[in-house]
Ligand binder design. Sequence first.
Ligand SMILES: [Zn+2]
Length: 230
Amino acid sequence: MSHPAVKFDLPSLFKELEPSLAEFERNFPLEEFARGHYQQHPFATLLTCCDSRISPNMLGDTFNRVFCVENIGNQVKNSEGSVLYGLLHLRTPLMLIAGHSECGAIKAATSDYAGEPAPLVKELDTVKGSLQQACAGIKIDLAEAISDQAKLAQLNVDAQVAMLLSQAEFAELVQKQELLILGLMVDLHNVFGEGFGRVYTVNVNGELDAGINRDRADIGGFAARARRLP
Ligand SMILES: [Zn+2]
């Protein structure tokens, strides 16, 4: 599960960070922030894997726009309170759940992780539970599906959408069209065959049919991105 250690030159990294911090301070959108009474008003709750290659910046400037929840394998259950806060208190009209190709959490959850520290085992148990549930839902065996990790990542996204929809309060918000839940796949490794780093819509409010999702008029550019791995 471990990666080989990379040697970083921290002094030069700190030097590189300085312009970024200065730029954030220089561009701080004070007027807009004041107009919103210094409160947060995000339009989206985003649950992603904390993999450093998945950038919330895919949604543009995230400041006061994206309530970002990250954990390994993008699991609702492992950050349930945070997700609920975004949806029920901040009332974001959009819930995005983004999985990705070659997810280390999915790789780990489908291998022997018993020797890992207990908190990590606990989170991986949740990932494994999601995968088992998703596989059972389409009547395939997790052990057989292991060879197709990208498909497992897609199924994992489906499982998270299903988990939210199984809760009456979210199902009701979706029904009243006050909440849209989009499941996304960030294809870091060109598994879909259309290029590295593309973003696809794999699930809309529990609907998996890419043809149906492509025809939706209420999800903007996410409609044209509707695809599914077979
Ligand atoms: Zn991941």
